[in-house]
Design a protein around this ligand. Structure first.
Ligand SMILES: NC(=O)c1ccc[n+]([C@@H]2O[C@H](COP(=O)([O-])OP(=O)(O)OC[C@H]3O[C@@H](n4cnc5c(N)ncnc54)[C@H](OP(=O)(O)O)[C@@H]3O)[C@@H](O)[C@H]2O)c1
Length: 122
């Protein structure tokens, strides 16, 4: 993995993603044990969640919450219009999160789903 929460840094995330990109260029990603399903997507989401943790830690105690959010299967270009709900509905959840009172909005969490959305620690 990238490292423990305390050690995590932007440089480590960049190095980790760089290793993946290099292994793709070399054609060695399979033998090196990267995820076999949704490989690039999984690596990009790992980097996103790790970066969320870096930012959450950086702004801890400054009244800035940093979280990441997955809307679930949404009708967009990426899914060629398929999905269980519209992009507007998914964006509505993001807006609801943004409008929460600061004391109700924790930091370094991963939110998933629509109604109700649930959260877990990153
Ligand atoms: N749709 C789902 O079911 C679903 C589920 C879970 C998570 N997500 C996540 O939600 C996010 C948005 O997905 P989406 O479904 O809305 O996808 P989308 O309809 O394909 O939209 C992707 C957007 O990202 C922009 N983009 C792509 N590469 C970029 C780059 N290098 N720099 C700046 N902008 C870039 C695109 O801009 P252009 O239009 O100009 O190319 C487009 O506006 C993604 O991270 C996706 O993994 C989606």
């Amino acid at each position: 993995m990238v490292g423990t929460n305390e050690e995590l840094s932007e440089e480590q995330i960049e190095r980790f993603v760089g290793l993946f990109l290099q292994s793709v260029k070399d054609g060695t990603w399979k033998s090196q044990g990267w995820p076999e399903i949704w490989t690039d997507y999984a690596v990009s989401k790992l980097a996103l969640n790790a970066y969320t943790m870096v930012l959450a830690k950086r702004y801890e105690g400054e009244g800035i919450s940093v979280n990441s959010y997955c809307p679930g299967f949404t009708q967009t270009s990426m899914t060629q219009g398929q999905g269980s709900h519209t992009a507007d509905e998914a964006a509505g959840v993001g807006a609801r999160l943004l409008l929460l009172h600061p004391q109700q909005l924790p930091t370094a969490k991963f939110y998933i789903g629509l109604d109700p959305f649930v959260k877990s620690n990153l």
